[in-house]
Design a protein around this ligand. Structure first.
Ligand code: VGL
Ligand code: ZN
Length: 203
């Protein structure tokens, strides 16, 4: 069984949003086209409470991009984004959502960030994604979404570690690229861990 996993295709990661990913909107058409190839579609949502520990605004004197220690983990500070029930946390309005079987919410604990759709950054708590995929008999995951160098990458690495086959649909992803080359390095890291990097024409 194969499933499509759409990572964090939310307004705040699209140009105009709080944590805009360059050309993030360009993935919407390829992602919608991809959905036609799958019988099981799962989406993740970054879903932070206001005042989340990953927000620079939660740490007086700190600014976006600073790195702090948050409950024992190294944490990059981000602008406020994907606040639960806010417009920025909604799926992009052009994203086809009718065929989504399950939405997995992550980053809900104010004290720890969660880039991966499977676990928080400390691997302390599961989101339920692994349980859901196992229940559905999924063996291979096709992954797309935002952002290649954060949530997509960590989701793929956890998927592989959990024993799923993982394929990244490259043109249906975009990255933050805080530093030049971050996306290329993320692709390399995923490939080295066993991920197939593919395009939709080879599905
Ligand atoms: C993400 C930074 C902070 C992502 C989420 O979806 O890649 N990046 N929160
Ligand atoms: Zn976040």
């Amino acid at each position: 069984m194969e499933a499509l996993l759409m990572v964090d295709i939310q307004n705040d990661f699209i140009p105009g949003g709080a944590l805009a990913v360059k050309d993030g909107d360009k993935i919407i058409a390829p992602v919608n086209a991809l959905q036609n190839h799958f019988d099981l579609i799962v989406a993740t949502k970054d879903w932070h409470p206001a005042g989340h520990g990953s927000f620079a605004s939660s740490h007086p004197g700190r600014k976006v991009g600073d790195i702090i220690e948050l409950n024992g983990l190294s944490q990059i500070l981000w602008p406020d984004h994907c606040i639960q029930n806010s417009p920025g946390a909604e799926f992009h309005p052009a994203l086809e959502t009718a065929k989504i079987d399950r939405v997995i919410y992550k980053g809900t604990d104010p004290g720890i960030d969660s880039y991966s759709g499977f676990y928080d950054n400390g691997h302390r708590k599961a989101t339920g994604l692994k349980h859901y995929l196992d229940e559905k008999g999924v063996k291979r995951l096709y992954v797309c979404g935002l952002a290649t160098d954060y949530c997509v990458k960590f989701t793929v690495l956890d998927a592989l570690a959990e024993g799923f086959e993982a394929c990244l649909v490259e043109e249906a992803c975009r990255g933050v690229e805080l530093n030049d080359g971050d996306v290329a390095r993320a692709l390399e890291e995923m490939r080295a861990a066993g991920c197939r990097i593919t395009d939709a024409t080879r599905l």
